[in-house]
Design a protein around this ligand. Sequence first.
Ligand SMILES: [Zn+2]
Ligand SMILES: [Zn+2]
Length: 292
Amino acid sequence: MAYSAMDERPPAVKRRLPGRARRRTDVLREYEKLNAEQRSHVPSVLWPFLAPDADRHYRWRVELSCGCITELLTYGDRTPPHERRWGTGWNGQPLPPGQLYCKHDESDPVPYREITEWKDRREVAFPPDPTEPPEWITTEVWAVLRHDKPRTEAFWTVQLECGHSTEVVAPSIGWKPEHGPCVADPVRVREMADEFDQASAADLAYLATLDGQHMRRMIAAGWPSPRPEQRCSVCVHARTIIAYQAVGWLVPRGTVPEQPTAPPARDALERRLRRAEADAERLRAQLARIDD
Ligand SMILES: [Zn+2]
Ligand SMILES: [Zn+2]
């Protein structure tokens, strides 16, 4: 599946963005209001971490891959916004560095992404299913699908190739990733392939959809369980910061006593170093071409 991982994306560029920053006093007032709310249910000893003073924040404007321009506040130092982690994806985990949620009314269909890592596992106990079928299912299908006894299922948190996470149900409670996916009976898979070919010949539009393509790949792979590729609903709204503009401190310096700024985080420095090394490599290649 052609998909470029986050680390391969071009770095965000620093430039002046169209339009203007919001009025600083408006942003400050909003921050103070939200912060007062936050402080009302956080012990004061934790304020520096969970509800810090406004004067430690720096303002940025960012342009996202969807074309939207928005504003961000960063705390403590002036590490650019695309080198930080924002928002939460599935399970409260932050998005990969440099991504931000921006929901649009019209969005792309949910893509399938390959699983790159199996992480945590949890077990969930379920009571027997009700005898009445849910609205969306016929009585005949429910008779086949219904679990009439209590059961426990294993859920695995997986990392996808896009850098986001999701959860996958294991084919059995004792299943482990090193067992590899279970595949269906080859005779049944051949029947499914024939049925799929007939159905997609009659509906070429379906075959062209992401779901149709996914079905085709899964049948070709012997109908594996768990499926090695999963739908990533985070991808639909997670945008990349492609450009940024420094706006200034939320509380102008000089009006408050200077405080020492915290050094940038280690992973932010490592990313900067990797980028600088890639730049140096590119420049060396250009020089070599000139010398030739
Ligand atoms: Zn947007
Ligand atoms: Zn994703």
